[in-house]
Design a protein around this ligand. Structure first.
Ligand code: FUL
Length: 483
């Protein structure tokens, strides 16, 4: 192995769990904020709301699931309970739920309808269960609330089929004289691992990292290997609500800082081991998380959503896009139209991978089983491995013909970790078959990770060159796509 500082060598060895890998492959999924706030026109309730307000007369979870799928999403996360404590399923823990509402004479269950709709439509289902609960009388009483919360978790994890994630919010708006609940996170996590071992525990949890803002902005270098302190619940809670709506700041001291995973950042946090903790970008299609009629005009336009997609899914993060249903229980037609256009646009953008039949060569490879041609072969298990790498590695891609391209998608083989720290992408401006290549730099980037989408002006091109200029001892590439 080339000589690496110990903290860098250690980071190069960190790999994702199978559950983190499965989660990462979902790439794009929705958040559904629906509950009592939908009827009170608020973003945060206070737990004193009358459950009889809840009455989604036209509830159609199939519409939600179908539209999400049409938008290109592979999953959906429903707010089973928000900070107001109102439960969207009939629970043994409280009457502050759908059971006390006029909807379906108190016999309805939104979580059930939503789980069934996702299964029918063929997308994954996940749940959000707010730890902060302003209705539960035991909130703030330590173990009594943990017991109550565990029952809620068990109900949700047992009765609604496979969940791809449990999403825990770090938010708590109790003021200085408010109730103080010290959550027993380890106990909650253990229940999830026991009942749904494949579910990722997101945000306040060990599997998936909150990107640090709610503006839909991810870092240019969004590392999946970061110091372990970032997964500590108190660190996440402290950052929550601090940077909403704001992009990460270029400042070294806060959780929302620009740089979490570079050599410098790892060295600074050297007392913390590096962990695999990939980023999720959560953002709402509208101004707020819940539906408000007066925000109908704030639905983000297609171009904005597409941009967010490219800068999150295309920058080594996943995208969790919130769509709030109206009081009737439906997505508003403005949201629907935009989401359907987004799905159609993404289909056009990635219609045909032009890589088939191309040739890859590389300046080095670990062994015969890890040659560069693997990069253009389908499948997660075939990948190029550079072998020990002290200097640069160069890869040449020959498409076999002149083709019009405006996107290149690169993927590291993250099952063996994340090692590439800097790369350059060139195109050959010499379109003749013979003669010396005229390399033009298209992109100088840092992190690749699970996926890096590089967009450029459409160019007629046959040959590309990828130069890996810095890495953590070796480099891998699992695939390259061209559109
Ligand atoms: C925040 C919450 O306070 C918001 O209401 C929303 O649920 C968002 C996803 O997380 O912390």
């Amino acid at each position: 192995m080339p000589k690496l500082p110990p903290h860098v060598a250690r980071a190069a060895q960190v790999v994702p769990t199978p559950r983190q890998l499965a989660w990462q492959e979902l790439e794009f999924y929705s958040f559904i904020h629906f509950g009592i706030n939908t009827y009170t026109d608020r973003e945060w309730g206070d737990g004193k709301e009358d459950p009889s307000l809840f009455n989604p007369t036209q509830l159609d979870c199939r519409q939600w699931a179908k539209v999400c799928k049409a938008a290109g999403m592979r999953g959906l996360i429903l707010t089973a309970k928000h900070h107001d404590g109102f439960c969207l399923w009939p629970t043994a823990t409280t009457k502050h739920s759908v059971e006390s509402s006029p909807w379906k004479d108190g016999k309805g269950d939104v979580v059930r309808e939503c789980a069934d709709a996702c299964a029918a439509v063929g997308i994954k289902f996940g749940l959000y269960l707010s730890p902060w609960d302003q209705n539960a009388s035991c909130y703030g009483q330590g173990k009594a609330y943990d017991d109550f919360y565990e029952i809620q978790l068990r109900e949700l994890l047992t009765n609604y089929g496979d969940l791809f994630c449990m999403w825990f919010d770090g938010a708590c708006g109790e003021g200085p004289n408010g109730k103080k609940q010290v959550y027993d996170w380890e106990r909650y996590y253990a229940v999830i691992r026991e009942l749904q071992p494949e579910a990722a525990i997101c945000v306040t949890g060990p599997d998936v990292r909150w990107v640090g803002n709610e503006a839909g902005v991810c870092r240019p270098s969004e590392w999946s290997v970061v110091p372990a302190f970032l997964s500590k619940a108190e660190v996440i809670a402290a950052a929550s609500q601090q940077a909403d709506g704001k992009p990460p700041v270029i400042d070294d001291s806060s959780w929302t800082t620009w740089d979490l995973g570079s050599r410098k950042a790892l060295a600074k946090a050297k007392d913390w081991p590096p962990i695999w903790y990939p980023a999720e970008v959560d953002v709402s299609i509208r101004k707020g998380w819940f539906y408000h009629e007066h925000e109908d005009l704030t639905v983000k336009p297609l171009a904005k959503l597409r941009d967010i997609y490219y800068k999150s899914v295309g920058a080594n993060a996943s995208l969790l896009l919130n769509i709030p249903p109206s009081p009737q229980g439906l997505f508003h037609e403005r949201d629907v139209d935009t989401l359907i256009s987004l799905g159609a646009q993404l289909k056009v953008d990635f219609r045909e991978n032009l890589i088939e039949g191309s040739t890859m060569t590389a300046s080095c490879q670990l062994d015969d089983a890890h040659g560069p041609q693997n990069i253009v072969l389908p499948g997660r298990d075939s990948y190029w491995h550079s072998g020990e790498l002290d200097g640069k590695a160069e890869l040449l891609l020959d498409l076999g013909d002149d083709l019009d391209i405006n996107k290149i998608v690169l993927k590291e083989h993250i099952a063996t970790g994340q090692q590439i720290e800097a790369f350059e992408l060139y195109i050959d401006m010499n379109t003749e078959e013979t003669g010396k290549p005229k390399w033009k730099l298209l992109e100088k980037g840092t992190v690749i990770g699970y996926k890096r989408i590089i967009l450029f002006n459409e160019t007629r091109v046959r040959r590309f060159k990828i130069v890996i200029t810095e890495c953590r001892g070796f480099a891998t590439l699992e695939s390259i796509e061209a559109y």
